[in-house]
Design a protein around this ligand. Structure first.
Ligand code: FES
Length: 164
């Protein structure tokens, strides 16, 4: 697939492991769109690509008030991903092995922050390039438009997020 076509696909469909792709899969729309997300290293329903069963994410033990959002090995350093926590879209980032969680909704025009890029502690919205510090949610364009941050705890198996 050419670069322009790949960019257009990401712009319209989101990343293969992004929130929109997961919502499409959940709603069974991939076949309807003729879109297939491709093979993932792990299946969030609890089955590895190899077919070896593992405990489903939502059945893992988590600290009180937290939700398990992904397994540690699902997000490499320097990557970010969109997840849903109690119907709230959250962007989870891995900065050199430390995980951060921020609002996935850009205050500029609602862009999916978790679909953006991560450089150090700075995440850049994919729509118009506004950037934020994932440690405190500070918006580098206008501090008054900073985004929410959420507490993260890492257990032996999962990365967990608490909304309030
Ligand atoms: S929607 Fe995020 S920069 Fe415009």
């Amino acid at each position: 697939m050419g670069l322009a076509k790949r960019f257009l696909k990401i712009l319209v469909m989101g990343r293969e492991d992004g929130l929109r792709a997961r919502l499409r899969r959940k709603m069974g729309l991939d076949d309807w769109f003729g879109f297939h997300a491709g093979e993932r290293a792990r299946d969030r329903r609890g089955v590895r690509a190899s077919g070896v069963a593992q405990t489903p994410l939502d059945a893992l033990p988590v600290p009180e008030g937290f939700s398990a959002v992904l397994r540690q090995d699902e997000l490499a350093p320097g990557e970010l991903v969109e997840v849903m926590v109690d119907s709230v879209p959250v962007a989870v980032c891995n900065v050199d092995g430390t995980y951060y969680a921020v609002s996935n909704v850009c205050p500029h025009a609602g862009g999916p922050i978790g679909d953006g890029t991560l450089a150090g502690h700075t995440v850049v919205c994919p729509y118009h390039g506004w950037s934020f510090d994932v440690r405190d949610g500070r918006c580098f364009v206008d501090e008054a438009l900073s985004i929410d941050t959420y507490e993260v705890r890492v257990t032996t198996e999962a990365v967990c997020v608490r909304l309030a």
